[in-house]
Write a protein that binds this ligand. Sequence first.
Ligand SMILES: [Zn+2]
Length: 512
Amino acid sequence: MKKFYVSTAIIYVNALPHVGHAYELIATDTIARYKRMTGYDVFFLTGTDENSLNAERKARSLGLPTQEYVDSMVDTIKETWHKLNISYDEFIRTTEERHKRACQEFFTRAYNKGDVYPGTYEGWYCVSCEAFYRPEELVDECCPVHRKKPEWLTEKNYFFALSRYQDRLLQHIEAHPEFIQPETRRNEVLSFIRSGLQDFSISRSSMRWGIPVPIDPSQVLYVWFDALINYVSGIDWLTAPAKFQRYWPADIHIVGKDITRFHCIYWPAMLMAADLPLPRQVFGHGFVYLKGERMSKSLGTGVDPGAVVDEFGADSLRYYLLREVPFGRDGDFTWEGFVQRHNSDLANDLGNLLNRTVSMVNRYFGGSVPAPDSAEPRPALDAELIAQIEATFATVETSMNSLAFSDALVAIWEFVSRANKYVEESAPWVLAKTDRQRLATALYNLVEALRLIAYAVYPFIPGTAEKMADQLGITLDIGKDWHDTHVWGGYKPGTAVISKPVPLFPKKELTD
Ligand SMILES: [Zn+2]
Protein backbone atom coordinates (compact mmCIF):
# COMPACT_ATOMS: atom_id res chain seq x y z
CA MET A 1 0.00 0.00 0.00
CA LYS A 2 1.38 3.40 -0.94
CA LYS A 3 1.86 5.86 1.90
CA PHE A 4 0.68 9.45 1.97
CA TYR A 5 1.78 11.90 4.64
CA VAL A 6 -0.10 15.20 4.87
CA SER A 7 0.11 17.89 7.56
CA THR A 8 -1.45 21.18 8.59
CA ALA A 9 0.49 23.97 10.24
CA ILE A 10 0.43 23.71 14.03
CA ILE A 11 -1.64 26.46 15.62
CA TYR A 12 -0.96 28.78 18.49
CA VAL A 13 -2.66 28.09 21.80
CA ASN A 14 -3.21 31.66 22.93
CA ALA A 15 -6.59 32.00 21.18
CA LEU A 16 -9.44 29.73 20.16
CA PRO A 17 -9.43 28.45 16.58
CA HIS A 18 -11.36 30.61 14.12
CA VAL A 19 -12.87 29.77 10.75
CA GLY A 20 -9.54 30.47 9.05
CA HIS A 21 -7.93 27.66 11.05
CA ALA A 22 -10.95 25.44 10.51
CA TYR A 23 -10.57 26.02 6.77
CA GLU A 24 -7.04 24.62 6.76
CA LEU A 25 -8.02 21.61 8.88
CA ILE A 26 -11.08 20.89 6.74
CA ALA A 27 -9.09 21.09 3.51
CA THR A 28 -6.37 18.82 4.86
CA ASP A 29 -8.93 16.40 6.23
CA THR A 30 -10.54 16.23 2.80
CA ILE A 31 -7.21 15.32 1.22
CA ALA A 32 -6.55 12.70 3.90
CA ARG A 33 -10.00 11.13 3.49
CA TYR A 34 -9.78 11.11 -0.29
CA LYS A 35 -6.41 9.38 -0.16
CA ARG A 36 -7.62 6.83 2.39
CA MET A 37 -10.72 6.13 0.32
CA THR A 38 -8.68 5.58 -2.82
CA GLY A 39 -6.35 3.10 -1.16
CA TYR A 40 -3.46 5.00 0.44
CA ASP A 41 -1.93 4.37 3.84
CA VAL A 42 -2.43 7.92 5.13
CA PHE A 43 -0.72 9.73 7.96
CA PHE A 44 -2.43 13.04 8.80
CA LEU A 45 -0.63 15.23 11.31
CA THR A 46 -1.85 18.35 13.07
CA GLY A 47 -1.04 19.90 16.42
CA THR A 48 -0.25 22.94 18.50
CA ASP A 49 2.63 25.40 18.71
CA GLU A 50 2.94 25.93 22.45
CA ASN A 51 6.40 27.36 23.06
CA SER A 52 5.46 30.90 22.23
CA LEU A 53 5.81 34.19 23.97
CA ASN A 54 2.10 34.76 23.38
CA ALA A 55 1.17 31.62 25.29
CA GLU A 56 3.42 32.62 28.17
CA ARG A 57 1.98 36.14 28.25
CA LYS A 58 -1.62 34.99 28.00
CA ALA A 59 -1.15 32.48 30.83
CA ARG A 60 0.45 35.18 32.98
CA SER A 61 -2.43 37.56 32.26
CA LEU A 62 -4.85 34.87 33.47
CA GLY A 63 -2.70 34.10 36.52
CA LEU A 64 -2.22 30.49 35.41
CA PRO A 65 0.92 28.35 35.17
CA THR A 66 1.81 28.27 31.45
CA GLN A 67 1.57 24.48 31.20
CA GLU A 68 -1.85 24.42 32.81
CA TYR A 69 -3.07 27.12 30.45
CA VAL A 70 -1.78 25.41 27.28
CA ASP A 71 -3.22 22.05 28.38
CA SER A 72 -6.69 23.52 28.71
CA MET A 73 -6.42 25.27 25.34
CA VAL A 74 -5.35 22.04 23.65
CA ASP A 75 -8.45 20.30 25.01
CA THR A 76 -10.67 23.02 23.55
CA ILE A 77 -8.89 22.95 20.19
CA LYS A 78 -9.21 19.15 19.95
CA GLU A 79 -12.91 19.45 20.78
CA THR A 80 -13.40 21.88 17.91
CA TRP A 81 -11.61 19.56 15.47
CA HIS A 82 -13.71 16.67 16.72
CA LYS A 83 -16.88 18.65 16.03
CA LEU A 84 -15.66 19.31 12.49
CA ASN A 85 -14.98 15.61 11.95
CA ILE A 86 -11.23 16.11 11.44
CA SER A 87 -9.68 12.66 11.11
CA TYR A 88 -6.10 13.39 12.09
CA ASP A 89 -3.92 10.39 12.89
CA GLU A 90 -1.65 12.21 15.29
CA PHE A 91 -1.76 15.43 17.28
CA ILE A 92 1.72 16.79 18.04
CA ARG A 93 2.27 19.27 20.84
CA THR A 94 5.55 21.15 20.87
CA THR A 95 5.76 20.77 24.66
CA GLU A 96 6.11 16.98 24.25
CA GLU A 97 9.39 15.31 25.12
CA ARG A 98 9.76 13.70 21.69
CA HIS A 99 9.53 17.14 20.11
CA LYS A 100 12.10 18.66 22.47
CA ARG A 101 14.54 15.89 21.66
CA ALA A 102 14.00 16.33 17.92
CA CYS A 103 14.62 20.10 18.11
CA GLN A 104 17.77 19.64 20.13
CA GLU A 105 19.02 17.02 17.69
CA PHE A 106 18.40 19.43 14.79
CA PHE A 107 20.35 22.13 16.61
CA THR A 108 23.22 19.76 17.36
CA ARG A 109 23.47 18.51 13.79
CA ALA A 110 23.45 22.03 12.37
CA TYR A 111 25.92 23.23 15.01
CA ASN A 112 28.33 20.37 14.30
CA LYS A 113 28.21 21.30 10.64
CA GLY A 114 29.13 24.89 11.40
CA ASP A 115 25.68 26.13 10.33
CA VAL A 116 24.87 27.61 13.75
CA TYR A 117 26.89 30.46 15.29
CA PRO A 118 26.46 33.07 18.07
CA GLY A 119 25.61 36.65 17.09
CA THR A 120 23.63 39.76 17.93
CA TYR A 121 20.22 40.40 16.54
CA GLU A 122 18.24 43.58 16.41
CA GLY A 123 15.18 44.57 14.51
CA TRP A 124 11.45 45.21 14.41
CA TYR A 125 9.64 42.36 16.05
CA CYS A 126 5.90 41.62 16.02
CA VAL A 127 4.95 39.73 19.15
CA SER A 128 1.81 38.26 17.59
CA CYS A 129 3.67 36.96 14.53
CA GLU A 130 6.70 36.09 16.64
CA ALA A 131 8.73 37.36 13.75
CA PHE A 132 11.16 40.09 12.92
CA TYR A 133 10.20 42.32 10.02
CA ARG A 134 12.50 44.21 7.73
CA PRO A 135 11.57 47.92 7.66
CA GLU A 136 10.31 47.68 4.05
CA GLU A 137 7.92 44.87 5.04
CA LEU A 138 6.07 47.04 7.55
CA VAL A 139 2.89 48.82 6.51
CA ASP A 140 2.59 52.31 8.04
CA GLU A 141 5.31 51.17 10.47
CA CYS A 142 3.02 48.35 11.61
CA CYS A 143 3.02 44.59 11.25
CA PRO A 144 1.31 43.86 7.89
CA VAL A 145 -0.71 41.02 9.44
CA HIS A 146 -1.69 42.40 12.83
CA ARG A 147 -1.52 46.13 12.11
CA LYS A 148 0.17 46.68 15.42
CA LYS A 149 3.40 48.60 16.08
CA PRO A 150 6.33 46.17 16.32
CA GLU A 151 8.93 46.34 19.11
CA TRP A 152 12.65 47.08 18.54
CA LEU A 153 14.61 44.17 19.98
CA THR A 154 18.37 43.69 20.47
CA GLU A 155 19.95 40.60 21.97
CA LYS A 156 22.68 37.98 21.79
CA ASN A 157 21.54 34.69 20.40
CA TYR A 158 22.29 31.91 17.92
CA PHE A 159 21.95 32.19 14.19
CA PHE A 160 21.31 29.63 11.49
CA ALA A 161 23.47 30.15 8.39
CA LEU A 162 20.60 30.24 5.90
CA SER A 163 22.66 32.23 3.38
CA ARG A 164 24.85 29.17 2.83
CA TYR A 165 21.86 27.32 1.41
CA GLN A 166 20.75 29.92 -1.10
CA ASP A 167 22.12 28.14 -4.16
CA ARG A 168 20.99 24.66 -3.13
CA LEU A 169 17.49 25.96 -2.41
CA LEU A 170 17.25 27.70 -5.75
CA GLN A 171 18.43 24.59 -7.56
CA HIS A 172 15.93 22.42 -5.74
CA ILE A 173 12.96 24.70 -6.37
CA GLU A 174 13.86 25.18 -10.02
CA ALA A 175 14.30 21.44 -10.55
CA HIS A 176 11.03 20.55 -8.75
CA PRO A 177 8.13 22.70 -9.98
CA GLU A 178 5.72 20.73 -7.76
CA PHE A 179 7.68 21.60 -4.60
CA ILE A 180 5.84 24.90 -4.07
CA GLN A 181 2.21 25.28 -5.08
CA PRO A 182 0.27 27.17 -6.25
CA GLU A 183 2.39 28.86 -8.91
CA THR A 184 1.99 32.37 -7.44
CA ARG A 185 3.54 31.21 -4.15
CA ARG A 186 6.38 29.56 -6.02
CA ASN A 187 7.18 32.79 -7.83
CA GLU A 188 7.08 34.77 -4.57
CA VAL A 189 9.50 32.38 -2.93
CA LEU A 190 11.86 32.32 -5.91
CA SER A 191 12.09 36.11 -6.08
CA PHE A 192 12.58 36.28 -2.31
CA ILE A 193 15.52 33.86 -2.50
CA ARG A 194 17.03 35.68 -5.48
CA SER A 195 16.92 38.96 -3.53
CA GLY A 196 19.43 37.36 -1.13
CA LEU A 197 18.90 35.21 1.96
CA GLN A 198 19.95 36.40 5.38
CA ASP A 199 20.89 34.17 8.28
CA PHE A 200 18.16 34.07 10.89
CA SER A 201 18.17 33.95 14.64
CA ILE A 202 17.07 30.67 16.19
CA SER A 203 17.19 31.28 19.93
CA ARG A 204 16.14 33.77 22.58
CA SER A 205 17.73 34.73 25.87
CA SER A 206 14.73 36.77 27.00
CA MET A 207 12.31 33.83 27.21
CA ARG A 208 12.12 31.05 29.77
CA TRP A 209 9.22 29.11 28.30
CA GLY A 210 10.61 26.93 25.51
CA ILE A 211 13.15 24.29 24.56
CA PRO A 212 16.67 24.87 25.95
CA VAL A 213 19.55 25.22 23.48
CA PRO A 214 21.69 22.09 24.04
CA ILE A 215 25.03 23.92 24.27
CA ASP A 216 23.66 26.96 26.14
CA PRO A 217 20.75 26.38 28.54
CA SER A 218 20.46 30.15 29.15
CA GLN A 219 18.71 30.30 25.74
CA VAL A 220 15.61 28.65 24.35
CA LEU A 221 15.04 27.70 20.72
CA TYR A 222 13.01 30.24 18.91
CA VAL A 223 9.88 29.92 16.74
CA TRP A 224 10.85 28.37 13.41
CA PHE A 225 13.71 26.26 14.72
CA ASP A 226 11.14 24.74 17.05
CA ALA A 227 7.76 24.80 15.27
CA LEU A 228 8.85 23.47 11.85
CA ILE A 229 10.44 20.44 13.43
CA ASN A 230 6.97 19.17 14.46
CA TYR A 231 6.68 17.60 11.01
CA VAL A 232 9.37 15.06 11.92
CA SER A 233 8.83 14.82 15.68
CA GLY A 234 5.12 14.16 15.01
CA ILE A 235 6.01 10.97 13.15
CA ASP A 236 8.49 9.98 15.85
CA TRP A 237 11.72 10.72 14.04
CA LEU A 238 13.91 9.75 17.00
CA THR A 239 11.44 7.61 18.93
CA ALA A 240 10.11 5.21 16.25
CA PRO A 241 12.59 5.10 13.36
CA ALA A 242 10.56 2.55 11.37
CA LYS A 243 7.52 4.81 11.40
CA PHE A 244 9.66 7.73 10.33
CA GLN A 245 11.16 5.69 7.49
CA ARG A 246 7.69 4.71 6.40
CA TYR A 247 6.18 8.20 6.15
CA TRP A 248 8.98 10.71 5.67
CA PRO A 249 9.31 12.74 3.48
CA ALA A 250 5.92 14.41 3.79
CA ASP A 251 3.86 14.38 0.61
CA ILE A 252 2.20 17.74 1.29
CA HIS A 253 2.54 20.38 3.97
CA ILE A 254 -0.66 22.47 3.87
CA VAL A 255 0.05 25.97 5.20
CA GLY A 256 -1.34 29.49 5.01
CA LYS A 257 0.16 31.82 2.42
CA ASP A 258 1.63 34.02 5.18
CA ILE A 259 3.96 31.24 6.34
CA THR A 260 4.64 29.56 3.00
CA ARG A 261 8.01 31.27 2.78
CA PHE A 262 9.24 29.79 6.07
CA HIS A 263 8.17 26.35 4.91
CA CYS A 264 9.83 26.73 1.52
CA ILE A 265 13.09 28.36 2.62
CA TYR A 266 13.83 27.85 6.33
CA TRP A 267 12.47 24.32 6.57
CA PRO A 268 14.24 22.78 3.57
CA ALA A 269 17.50 24.48 4.56
CA MET A 270 17.14 23.10 8.09
CA LEU A 271 16.46 19.64 6.69
CA MET A 272 19.53 19.89 4.48
CA ALA A 273 21.58 20.87 7.53
CA ALA A 274 20.21 17.84 9.40
CA ASP A 275 20.81 15.54 6.40
CA LEU A 276 17.14 14.65 6.00
CA PRO A 277 15.14 14.45 2.75
CA LEU A 278 12.90 17.38 1.79
CA PRO A 279 9.08 17.27 1.69
CA ARG A 280 7.60 16.69 -1.76
CA GLN A 281 5.30 19.70 -1.69
CA VAL A 282 4.34 22.80 0.27
CA PHE A 283 0.91 24.17 -0.64
CA GLY A 284 0.18 27.75 0.48
CA HIS A 285 -3.56 28.32 0.68
CA GLY A 286 -5.29 31.71 0.79
CA PHE A 287 -7.24 33.33 3.60
CA VAL A 288 -10.94 33.32 4.30
CA TYR A 289 -12.20 36.82 4.91
CA LEU A 290 -15.39 37.68 6.70
CA LYS A 291 -16.96 40.07 4.20
CA GLY A 292 -13.56 41.22 3.08
CA GLU A 293 -11.85 41.28 6.46
CA ARG A 294 -9.47 38.55 7.54
CA MET A 295 -11.06 36.35 10.15
CA SER A 296 -8.87 36.55 13.19
CA LYS A 297 -9.67 36.92 16.85
CA SER A 298 -7.18 39.74 17.22
CA LEU A 299 -9.18 41.74 14.66
CA GLY A 300 -12.43 40.98 16.43
CA THR A 301 -14.26 39.63 13.39
CA GLY A 302 -13.96 35.94 14.13
CA VAL A 303 -16.69 33.45 13.44
CA ASP A 304 -16.53 30.62 15.96
CA PRO A 305 -16.49 27.40 13.92
CA GLY A 306 -17.84 25.44 16.89
CA ALA A 307 -20.91 27.68 17.04
CA VAL A 308 -21.51 27.34 13.29
CA VAL A 309 -21.37 23.56 13.66
CA ASP A 310 -23.82 23.59 16.57
CA GLU A 311 -26.32 25.49 14.45
CA PHE A 312 -25.81 23.97 10.99
CA GLY A 313 -23.71 20.82 11.40
CA ALA A 314 -20.10 20.27 10.42
CA ASP A 315 -20.83 19.41 6.81
CA SER A 316 -22.53 22.69 5.93
CA LEU A 317 -19.39 24.55 6.96
CA ARG A 318 -17.08 22.02 5.30
CA TYR A 319 -19.07 22.13 2.08
CA TYR A 320 -19.34 25.91 1.99
CA LEU A 321 -15.64 26.58 2.55
CA LEU A 322 -14.45 23.94 0.09
CA ARG A 323 -16.97 24.89 -2.56
CA GLU A 324 -16.84 28.66 -2.25
CA VAL A 325 -13.12 29.35 -1.96
CA PRO A 326 -10.86 27.97 -4.72
CA PHE A 327 -7.99 26.47 -2.72
CA GLY A 328 -4.92 28.65 -3.00
CA ARG A 329 -6.86 31.87 -3.46
CA ASP A 330 -8.52 34.15 -0.93
CA GLY A 331 -12.25 34.01 -0.42
CA ASP A 332 -15.07 35.61 1.51
CA PHE A 333 -17.25 34.07 4.17
CA THR A 334 -20.69 35.66 4.08
CA TRP A 335 -23.62 34.44 6.13
CA GLU A 336 -25.96 34.99 3.18
CA GLY A 337 -23.79 32.82 0.93
CA PHE A 338 -23.42 30.20 3.63
CA VAL A 339 -27.16 29.84 4.30
CA GLN A 340 -27.83 29.88 0.56
CA ARG A 341 -25.44 26.95 -0.07
CA HIS A 342 -26.90 25.09 2.89
CA ASN A 343 -30.45 25.43 1.62
CA SER A 344 -29.99 25.09 -2.13
CA ASP A 345 -27.06 22.71 -2.68
CA LEU A 346 -27.37 20.59 0.44
CA ALA A 347 -31.00 20.63 1.59
CA ASN A 348 -32.64 20.93 -1.85
CA ASP A 349 -30.37 19.30 -4.41
CA LEU A 350 -28.78 16.51 -2.40
CA GLY A 351 -31.24 16.14 0.48
CA ASN A 352 -34.33 15.98 -1.72
CA LEU A 353 -32.77 13.54 -4.16
CA LEU A 354 -32.20 11.08 -1.34
CA ASN A 355 -35.53 11.78 0.28
CA ARG A 356 -37.70 11.31 -2.81
CA THR A 357 -35.77 8.23 -3.97
CA VAL A 358 -36.05 6.46 -0.62
CA SER A 359 -39.73 7.45 -0.37
CA MET A 360 -40.49 5.98 -3.81
CA VAL A 361 -38.69 2.71 -3.01
CA ASN A 362 -40.94 2.48 0.03
CA ARG A 363 -44.07 3.48 -1.82
CA TYR A 364 -43.68 1.26 -4.88
CA PHE A 365 -41.58 -1.66 -3.63
CA GLY A 366 -42.25 -1.89 0.11
CA GLY A 367 -38.77 -0.54 0.94
CA SER A 368 -36.80 -3.26 -0.87
CA VAL A 369 -34.72 -1.99 -3.79
CA PRO A 370 -35.83 -3.78 -6.98
CA ALA A 371 -33.49 -5.40 -9.51
CA PRO A 372 -32.93 -3.41 -12.71
CA ASP A 373 -33.73 -4.74 -16.15
CA SER A 374 -30.44 -6.09 -17.47
CA ALA A 375 -31.44 -6.08 -21.14
CA GLU A 376 -28.86 -4.47 -23.43
CA PRO A 377 -28.54 -1.95 -24.84
CA ARG A 378 -29.67 0.28 -21.99
CA PRO A 379 -32.13 3.06 -22.73
CA ALA A 380 -30.27 6.26 -23.65
CA LEU A 381 -31.47 8.01 -20.49
CA ASP A 382 -29.85 5.35 -18.28
CA ALA A 383 -26.67 5.13 -20.32
CA GLU A 384 -26.25 8.88 -20.05
CA LEU A 385 -26.68 8.83 -16.26
CA ILE A 386 -24.08 6.09 -15.91
CA ALA A 387 -21.63 7.80 -18.26
CA GLN A 388 -21.93 11.02 -16.28
CA ILE A 389 -21.09 9.47 -12.90
CA GLU A 390 -18.05 7.82 -14.46
CA ALA A 391 -16.96 11.17 -15.87
CA THR A 392 -17.60 12.74 -12.47
CA PHE A 393 -15.23 10.38 -10.68
CA ALA A 394 -12.60 11.12 -13.33
CA THR A 395 -13.02 14.87 -12.78
CA VAL A 396 -12.88 14.40 -9.01
CA GLU A 397 -9.61 12.51 -9.35
CA THR A 398 -8.00 15.16 -11.55
CA SER A 399 -9.25 17.95 -9.32
CA MET A 400 -8.07 16.29 -6.12
CA ASN A 401 -4.62 15.76 -7.58
CA SER A 402 -4.29 19.53 -7.87
CA LEU A 403 -6.27 20.21 -4.65
CA ALA A 404 -9.03 21.91 -6.65
CA PHE A 405 -11.75 20.98 -4.16
CA SER A 406 -14.16 23.46 -5.61
CA ASP A 407 -13.90 21.95 -9.11
CA ALA A 408 -14.51 18.48 -7.69
CA LEU A 409 -17.64 19.65 -5.87
CA VAL A 410 -18.96 21.46 -8.93
CA ALA A 411 -18.67 18.22 -10.93
CA ILE A 412 -20.36 16.18 -8.20
CA TRP A 413 -23.22 18.65 -7.94
CA GLU A 414 -23.67 18.63 -11.70
CA PHE A 415 -24.26 14.92 -11.32
CA VAL A 416 -26.66 15.49 -8.42
CA SER A 417 -28.62 17.82 -10.72
CA ARG A 418 -28.48 15.23 -13.47
CA ALA A 419 -29.94 12.62 -11.11
CA ASN A 420 -32.70 15.01 -10.05
CA LYS A 421 -33.48 15.58 -13.71
CA TYR A 422 -33.55 11.81 -14.20
CA VAL A 423 -36.36 11.62 -11.67
CA GLU A 424 -38.41 14.08 -13.72
CA GLU A 425 -37.55 12.44 -17.03
CA SER A 426 -38.27 8.88 -15.95
CA ALA A 427 -41.37 9.97 -13.99
CA PRO A 428 -41.70 6.93 -11.69
CA TRP A 429 -45.21 8.04 -10.62
CA VAL A 430 -46.35 7.51 -14.22
CA LEU A 431 -44.39 4.26 -14.63
CA ALA A 432 -46.09 2.94 -11.49
CA LYS A 433 -49.28 2.77 -13.49
CA THR A 434 -47.84 1.75 -16.86
CA ASP A 435 -44.57 -0.18 -16.65
CA ARG A 436 -43.46 -1.94 -13.45
CA GLN A 437 -40.23 -3.25 -14.99
CA ARG A 438 -39.15 0.16 -16.18
CA LEU A 439 -40.13 1.58 -12.77
CA ALA A 440 -37.88 -1.00 -11.07
CA THR A 441 -34.94 -0.04 -13.31
CA ALA A 442 -35.44 3.69 -12.79
CA LEU A 443 -35.53 3.36 -9.00
CA TYR A 444 -32.56 1.00 -8.95
CA ASN A 445 -30.62 3.55 -11.01
CA LEU A 446 -31.47 6.35 -8.59
CA VAL A 447 -30.44 4.29 -5.56
CA GLU A 448 -27.21 3.30 -7.26
CA ALA A 449 -26.56 6.92 -8.25
CA LEU A 450 -27.00 7.89 -4.59
CA ARG A 451 -24.64 5.16 -3.42
CA LEU A 452 -21.97 6.51 -5.75
CA ILE A 453 -22.69 10.12 -4.73
CA ALA A 454 -22.15 9.06 -1.11
CA TYR A 455 -18.63 7.88 -2.05
CA ALA A 456 -17.96 10.97 -4.15
CA VAL A 457 -18.90 13.37 -1.33
CA TYR A 458 -17.33 11.33 1.47
CA PRO A 459 -13.98 13.17 1.61
CA PHE A 460 -15.74 16.56 1.72
CA ILE A 461 -18.79 15.90 3.90
CA PRO A 462 -18.11 12.55 5.57
CA GLY A 463 -20.95 12.73 8.09
CA THR A 464 -23.47 13.22 5.30
CA ALA A 465 -22.00 10.36 3.26
CA GLU A 466 -22.47 8.06 6.26
CA LYS A 467 -26.07 9.23 6.77
CA MET A 468 -26.82 8.64 3.10
CA ALA A 469 -25.38 5.12 3.29
CA ASP A 470 -27.43 4.44 6.41
CA GLN A 471 -30.67 5.44 4.74
CA LEU A 472 -29.76 3.36 1.69
CA GLY A 473 -29.20 0.34 3.94
CA ILE A 474 -25.48 0.01 3.18
CA THR A 475 -22.12 0.81 4.75
CA LEU A 476 -19.34 2.64 2.97
CA ASP A 477 -16.20 0.57 2.55
CA ILE A 478 -13.62 3.29 2.96
CA GLY A 479 -10.11 2.23 2.06
CA LYS A 480 -11.17 -1.16 0.72
CA ASP A 481 -11.27 -2.14 -2.95
CA TRP A 482 -11.76 1.33 -4.31
CA HIS A 483 -11.73 0.07 -7.87
CA ASP A 484 -14.70 -2.19 -7.18
CA THR A 485 -16.74 0.07 -4.95
CA HIS A 486 -17.00 3.10 -7.21
CA VAL A 487 -18.14 1.38 -10.41
CA TRP A 488 -21.76 1.25 -11.50
CA GLY A 489 -23.87 -1.68 -10.33
CA GLY A 490 -22.48 -2.25 -6.83
CA TYR A 491 -25.80 -1.87 -5.04
CA LYS A 492 -27.36 -5.26 -4.26
CA PRO A 493 -31.04 -5.53 -5.30
CA GLY A 494 -33.24 -6.71 -2.46
CA THR A 495 -31.49 -4.47 0.07
CA ALA A 496 -33.90 -2.66 2.38
CA VAL A 497 -33.76 1.12 2.58
CA ILE A 498 -34.83 3.03 5.69
CA SER A 499 -38.63 3.00 6.02
CA LYS A 500 -38.94 6.68 6.83
CA PRO A 501 -36.28 8.93 5.25
CA VAL A 502 -34.73 11.60 7.47
CA PRO A 503 -33.89 15.01 5.92
CA LEU A 504 -30.10 15.29 5.51
CA PHE A 505 -30.13 19.05 5.97
CA PRO A 506 -33.06 20.76 7.68
CA LYS A 507 -33.61 24.10 5.95
CA LYS A 508 -32.45 27.23 7.73
CA GLU A 509 -33.35 30.87 7.62
CA LEU A 510 -30.94 33.70 8.10
CA THR A 511 -31.58 35.31 11.46
CA ASP A 512 -29.72 38.13 13.14
ZN1 LIG B 1 2.12 40.49 13.38
